[in-house]
Every structure is written in C-alpha cells, then in structure tokens.
Design a protein around this ligand. Sequence first.
Ligand code: FAD
Length: 273
Amino acid sequence: MTAISFEFFPPKTDEQRDGLERTVRALKPRMPEYVSMTFGAGGSTLSYTVDAVRNLHGAHGLDAAPHLSCMGGTREEIRALLDDYRALGVHRIVALRGDLPSGMASFGDFRYASDLVAFIRAETGAHFHIEVACYPEVHPQAEDAQADLVHFKRKVDAGANGAITQYFYNADGYFRFVDAARRLGVDAPIVPGVMPIANFSQLKRFSEMCGAEIPRWLSRRLGAFGDDVDAIREFSADVVAALCRQLVAGGAPGLHFYTLNRAKPTEAILERL
Ligand code: FAD
C-alpha cells in the first residue's frame, strides 16, 4: 500500500482550531504514515506550530512533523525549537528555507535550507528524520533547472532522509525530475506533493507565487465551471486521482497531500484511489 501523509497549517483562532480538529478526525482513519504542520516564514506562526504539533502528537497519537523554516531565524532560536520538539517526542522534521516576509530585512543565520539541514544534523545527530522540499518544475528563484537540482542534492548530502515535491499537475515533469536526481546520485525517496483543487482562484494565486504550472487544458476546464463548486470538486477529484494513480504506477514512493486543513477535497481523491 502506498504511504500517504497529510499537511496542515497551524490554526490561530478557535474556529480554525475546531475546523482542523474535524479535519484530523475525518482523515485519521486513512492511516497516514505521518502528518506535517507548516511554519510561517520568519517565525510568524512559531507558537501556533508548536501547539498544533503537540496536539496532533499528544491528543491524536499521530506521528507529527513540524515544518521548520530558517529564513530570518538565529542558531539559538532554532536550537531552542529543536530542544522543544525533542522534549515533545517529535522525531521527524520538514526542513525549509522559507521566504523572506515583506518588511524583514535580514536572512538570519542561515542562507539556504541545506545550511539548516547541516545544523540540525550537527546539533541532534540522527534523532530527526529530515524531509526537504524539491521542485520538479524548478524553484522560481533558481538560476536554472540544473542548478536547482544540484542545490537539492546539497540538502540530501547535508543529511536529509527524503524529499517532498512542490505540487504539480504534470506527471512527466516529476518522473523526469526523479530520473535526473538519480543520475546525479540522489537516492533519497522523492514523494510527490499533491494539491487537491477546491478553489480555482485560490489555486491560481498560489501557483503564480510558487511557480507551479496549471496546464492550459486544466485551467480552461476549471474556468469553464464558473461558480459551480460541486462540478469543480467532482472534476478536479477525478483529475487529481488520475494523476496520483499515474504517479504510484510509475514508482512514486508515497503521496503527500496539501490538505489546506480541509478533509473533503483530499477524501474525494482517496475515495477514487
Ligand atoms: P532552498 O533549498 O534553500 O532553495 C531556495 C532557492 O535557493 C532555490 O532557488 C535554490 O535553487 C537556491 N539555492 C539553494 N542552495 C543554494 C546555493 N548554495 N547557492 C545558490 N542558490 C541556492 N514555506 C514556509 O515558509 N513554511 C512552510 O511550512 C513551508 N512548507 C513547504 C513544504 C513543501 C513540501 C514545499 C515544497 C515548500 C514549502 N514551503 C514552506 C515553501 C518554501 O519555503 C519555499 O519554496 C522557499 O522559497 C524555498 O524553500 P527551500 O527549503 O526549498 O529552499
């Protein structure tokens, strides 16, 4: 059976907390290998991420992996966070650079995610299983695809155990990326990040920011549904489930779902698999 994992973002209000609670209860029976909790750039969600991880780990008994982005952070801050996570019994981390929030002038003590991975290994040895991010459609700030790939390898060489990709809707791009990484000597598992489609205009906005491509045919079809939310849900669940099938058939070692704290779009895909 293919391993699956779910990504959530930390709730800040009681309403959001209740919503996440319902989502976690709905998705838990799918037996995720682990669940992950994002981290706001520049530490903007720090205490929320820690609280949410404590809840997923303590109250739900899930293997909860906090994301840790180093942009703007100091060694002391990251060290303290690693200590907190160890004390909570966490043994998996998603290590990222993050993006410089507007108004924040300094990178902090770490320039790239590879520096963070090296720091986590130096500080905590083999305690944490470390996942990093990678980009089959190329990170928007990379000089070019090959340089991005070499930078990805740097993170694995620094001690990452595995990688989760940015989301995409083109399986060939993923397979070619994995082949290129293997040729470069990267043998860590590369798990596709899967973005269910619930809200087309939100997806368009996200995709422009992070450099993920929505194929023209998909964009045109989704656009044609207008405000018919049910039709968008059905159609996009079919499309994304077909993508997942293709990925798994082609050897993807797992599927990581970006749930955006909503159960239904992810469930609709899982039901089809
Ligand atoms: P890096 O690996 O450091 O790469 C960033 C850029 O620098 C790339 O263009 C790379 O090619 C380049 N680069 C790397 N090393 C070098 C070098 N030595 N010399 C020159 N260039 C180099 N963001 C958050 O803020 N919080 C989250 O919780 C979060 N979760 C994410 C989860 C996943 C699965 C993914 C795919 C992304 C997530 N992000 C998150 C977004 C991520 O922080 C951004 O994509 C960010 O811009 C890059 O982070 P990174 O860890 O890939 O950075």
